[in-house]
Write a protein that binds this ligand. Structure first.
Ligand code: FES
Length: 219
């Protein structure tokens, strides 16, 4: 008897992307988009599906405040979940929520609490931002009230956001990557995308190549 095991559609999708990106050193975003586009047009790279980019403003992902810029005064050691908001080529603001793995956790700690491997130069007075997609299987971790440790609900992964989001326990293979962030006026602006490879990429090199080509495609 054939046994059918239902797969998480996001994981399946990621596998597809990995296969598409791993077919050779010459594979670029255009060919990736083409490959994905032929399978499912919704995967086409658009401003909404682009990765977080330098200059993007962090806005609330939560439905109660969706799309509102996050103010520095709202931050604490409990993550606020954000999406990056950029612009289309014609200058129209766009929230990059078309890619679920663009969720970002934003925190504010006492600057003295931030320790290596946090990249301090990419923080602003204790404000630090990380991917909010678990590096194990792509679930969305949560901060727990009363604990600054971030917990993944799927397989009990734990991360320490004061120390580069390093893995404290469970199956995640690597930290959730940091992004550069700074305060600009009353908003939070990215100074970089993910500094190392986020969930779904096999290596930092693969991620950097994808990011570079996405930036060129959307410039
Ligand atoms: S998806 Fe987070 S621990 Fe498995």
């Amino acid at each position: 008897m054939t046994r059918y095991k239902k797969q998480d559609p996001e994981i399946t999708r990621r596998k597809f992307i990995n296969v598409a990106m791993g077919t050779g050193a010459g594979v670029g975003v255009l060919s990736l988009v083409s490959a994905l586009g032929s399978a499912k047009p919704a995967f086409r790279l658009t401003a909404e599906k682009a990765p977080p980019l330098e200059g993007d403003v962090l806005v609330h992902a939560d439905a109660s405040k969706y799309g509102q810029p996050i103010k520095p005064s709202e931050l604490s050691d409990i993550a606020i979940v954000a999406y990056p908001m950029g612009k289309t080529k014609d200058g129209t603001p766009v929230i990059r929520a078309g890619e679920p793995n663009n969720q970002i956790g934003v925190y504010k700690f006492d600057p003295a609490q931030l320790k290596a491997p946090t990249k301090i130069e990419d923080t602003d007075n204790g404000i630090v931002a990380y991917s909010n997609t678990c590096t194990h299987a792509g679930c969305f971790p949560k901060s727990v009230q009363g604990s600054a440790i971030v917990n993944c609900p799927c397989h009990s992964g734990q991360y320490e956001p004061k120390e580069g989001c390093r893995v404290l326990g469970g199956p995640p293979p690597k930290p959730m990557p940091q992004l550069g962030v700074k305060v600009q006026g009353d908003q939070l602006v990215l100074t970089s995308s993910f500094l190392t490879s986020p969930y779904g990429y096999k290596s930092d090199e693969e991620w950097e190549a994808y990011l570079k080509q996405a930036e060129e495609l959307l410039a």
